[in-house]
Design a protein around this ligand. Structure first.
Ligand code: ADP
Ligand code: ADP
Length: 220
């Protein structure tokens, strides 16, 4: 479902964020992307969403070469992706329900249907009773679960979560991971990055990155 073939990324000639990375993620897999800050985890996830292009090598998502997708094709790619990235904050001027409805409304879904789907998505992350709350009235962990609901409301095949547990206490972090794993358990492919080794799930596949390279000996 996701394949990196000898992928390198240089933001500038002396800033190699990824070096010759090759890996395959199968449909339905849960994969943790581990490594210290600056290891290239974000860059790797962004490439799957075509937010960054490889400098060398190929990234294939659902049989499509990301490097060849034209701007007009990006919405079609991203429709299959649920993105949970730090820069995508919740809109603070509206309820969490309205935040989760937004991805459906922009694709033209009728309001009533969007609301029903958004409520179902909030239910899945355990926040249905807070539907009318403002984002800033929620804890960090709850806000992150709203971001998950927003990311999955379009029923993507793949979820990409960049450091979804950063800055959360252990209990909140576990709730966020449980919410993500619930989607994995219904067949969604999940890639989750974390610099915190404590957050890695012993049962799941872990890909280790360091200085932009896969750590030798770790499974890929
Ligand atoms: P991680 O997510 O593991 O912290 P990143 O992928 O964010 O790692 O960063 C990998 C390397 O690429 C770092 O050295 C970082 O400074 C650099 N980098 C990331 N984004 C950019 C950018 N837009 N321009 C220049 N350098 C960048
Ligand atoms: P509804 O049919 O009302 O949308 P569901 O219980 O079938 O209710 O789905 C609830 C929500 O779960 C969906 O709106 C969607 O946000 C989310 N979801 C995302 N991906 C999947 C998936 N692969 N399978 C089931 N639900 C998913």
């Amino acid at each position: 479902m996701i394949e990196f073939q000898n992928v390198s990324k240089a933001y500038s000639p002396d800033a190699m964020a990824l070096r010759d990375v090759s890996l395959t993620v199968a449909k339905g897999e849960l994969v943790f992307l581990a490594g210290p800050s600056g290891a290239g985890k974000s860059t790797l996830l962004k490439m799957i969403a075509a937010m960054e292009r490889p400098s060398a090598g190929k990234v294939i998502v659902n049989g499509q070469d990301i490097g060849l997708i034209k701007r007009a094709g990006l919405p079609f790619l991203r429709r299959n992706l649920g993105l949970i990235f730090q820069q995508q904050r919740l809109l603070t001027d509206r309820s969490i329900l309205a935040n989760v409805m937004l991805p459906l409304l922009v694709t033209g879904a009728p309001r009533a249907q969007a609301e029903q789907r958004a409520r179902a998505a909030l239910d899945k992350v355990g926040l249905l009773e807070r539907a009318q709350a403002a984002p800033l009235a929620l804890s960090g962990g709850e806000q992150q679960r709203v971001a998950i609901a927003r990311a999955i409301v379009n029923r993507p095949q793949i979820i990409l979560a960049d450091e979804p547990t950063a800055n959360l206490d252990r209990a909140s972090a576990n709730q966020v991971l449980d919410a993500l794993k619930a989607f994995h358990s219904v067949g969604v492919t999940c890639l989750i990055s974390s610099h915190d080794e404590q957050m890695l799930d012993a049962a799941a596949r872990v890909i280790h990155l360091n200085h932009g390279q896969l750590v030798v000996g770790a499974t890929a």
